[in-house]
Design a protein around this ligand. Structure first.
Ligand SMILES: O=P(O)(O)OC[C@H]1O[C@H](O)[C@H](O)[C@@H](O)[C@@H]1O
Length: 294
C-alpha cells in the first residue's frame, strides 16, 4: 500500500527524509527521533545532543528495499530461517500511522500498523495486524511490536519469528565492550559453534551470535558513552552482529569502513517461534537508555 501522505501530514510532525515520509518525535529537553513509514523503521535517535543510531550513508531509500541502519524490523521471519525473503517482508513495505492509544503525546509517541494485504499474502497466507510503537523519553527510546492473529476464530494458528534489528552508532567497534551477556548460552553463526559467553562481548572481525537473552539489562560501553539496552522477556534471544571489514566490502549499501561505526544489538525471538491462535496477541519491546559513564 502506498504511504498515505495526506493523512500522515494532517497529524503533524511529518517530514520527508531521502524521499520517504517520516514522523519526527520531539522530547522537551531536545531529544528527537525520526521514524519512516517504510518498514516502520526508526532512522535516527538523538539523545543528549548525539546521534545514537547508525544509518549507512549508502542506504537505499527507494520505498522497496530494506534500509541499512536505524532499527529495521524483521517480521514474520528472522534471517533465512524459513521460506520467506530474508528477515521477512515487514521492512520492505509501507506502514500506516494509527492512534497510539498509549501513554505520552503525539510529539513523543508514534504507532504504525501493517496488516495483511494482497502483497503480504503473496508471500505468507496468514491474516495479521502488526503495530510498532516508538516512544521517545528523556534519554530513552522504547520500540514495541504487537502482533495479532486477525484470523476468524475457526482459522488456524500460525507462528512467526522476529527481531528489532537495532544498529547502534559507536566510535570504533573494536573498542566497545558489551556487558550483560556473561553466562548466556550462545550460538556463533560464523563458526557454527555453540557455547556459553564468558565476560563482556568484544569484537575483532565478523561477529554474528544468537544469545539466550539475559534476564537483566545490557550495557554498551563506548568510551565515555554508555547505553543501557533492555528487552522484554517475550523477546527471548539477543543477536549481536557486525559484518567486519571483509563482509562489509560486499554489502553494496554500506561504505567499506562502515562496520567500524556500528554494532547491531537485536532483541529477537528466534529459537522458539511465537505461535498465535486466532484473535490472540503477542508483544515485545526493546528499550535504549543513555547512562552516565562511571
Ligand atoms: O543484510 P541483512 O539482510 O539486513 O542482514 C544483516 C544481518 O542480520 C542479522 O544480524 C543476522 O544475524 C545476520 O546473519 C545478518 O547478516
Amino acid at each position: 500500500m502506498p504511504p498515505d501522505s495526506a493523512a500522515v501530514a494532517a497529524w503533524g510532525g511529518t517530514e520527508i527524509f531521502q524521499g520517504q515520509p517520516c514522523i519526527r518525535l520531539q522530547a522537551p529537553q531536545g531529544d528527537s527521533a525520526l521514524v519512516a513509514l517504510h518498514g516502520a523503521q526508526v532512522l535516527s535517535w538523538v539523545a543528549g545532543g548525539r546521534e545514537r543510531l547508525y544509518l549507512s550513508p549508502q542506504a537505499v531509500f527507494d520505498g522497496q528495499s530494506a534500509i541499512r541502519g536505524g532499527i529495521p524490523l524483521c517480521f514474520p521471519q528472522f534471517n533465512q530461517r524459513g521460506p520467506l525473503p530474508k528477515h521477512g517482508f515487514a521492512r520492505n513495505l509501507a506502514w500506516r500511522r494509527v492512534l497510539s492509544g498509549g501513554d505520552g503525546d503525539a510529539q513523543s509517541v508514534v504507532c504504525l500498523e501493517l496488516a495483511d494485504s494482497e502483497a503480504t499474502r503473496a508471500w505468507w497466507p496468514e491474516r495479521f495486524a502488526a503495530q510498532l510503537t516508538v516512544a521517545l523519553g528523556a534519554g530513552s527510546l522504547r520500540v514495541q511490536l504487537a502482533v495479532r492473529n486477525t484470523g476468524d476464530t475457526d482459522a488456524d494458528a500460525w507462528s512467526f519469528t522476529t527481531a528489532l534489528h537495532t544498529y547502534l552508532r559507536v566510535e570504533n567497534v573494536e573498542h566497545v565492550h558489551l556487558r550483560g551477556l556473561d553466562g548466556c548460552a550462545r550460538w556463533d553463526a560464523v563458526a557454527d559453534a555453540r557455547g556459553v559467553q564468558r565476560g563482556a562481548v568484544r569484537l575483532a572481525g565478523e561477529y554474528d551470535c544468537v544469545f539466550q537473552a539475559p534476564a537483566g539489562p545490557m550495557q554498551l560501553l563506548d568510551g565515555a558513552q554508555w547505553l543501557q539496552i533492555t528487552q522484554s522477556a517475550s523477546l527471548s534471544d539477543t543477536v549481536v552482529w557486525n559484518p567486519g571489514a571483509e563482509l562489509c566490502t560486499r554489502l553494496a549499501d554500506m561504505p567499506p569502513d562502515g562496520y567500524r561505526s556500528m554494532l547491531c544489538v537485536e532483541a529477537a525471538r528466534i529459537d522458539q517461534p511465537v505461535t498465535l491462535a486466532p484473535q490472540a496477541q503477542w508483544q515485545g519491546w526493546q528499550e535504549l537508555r543513555v547512562l552516565q559513564a562511571s
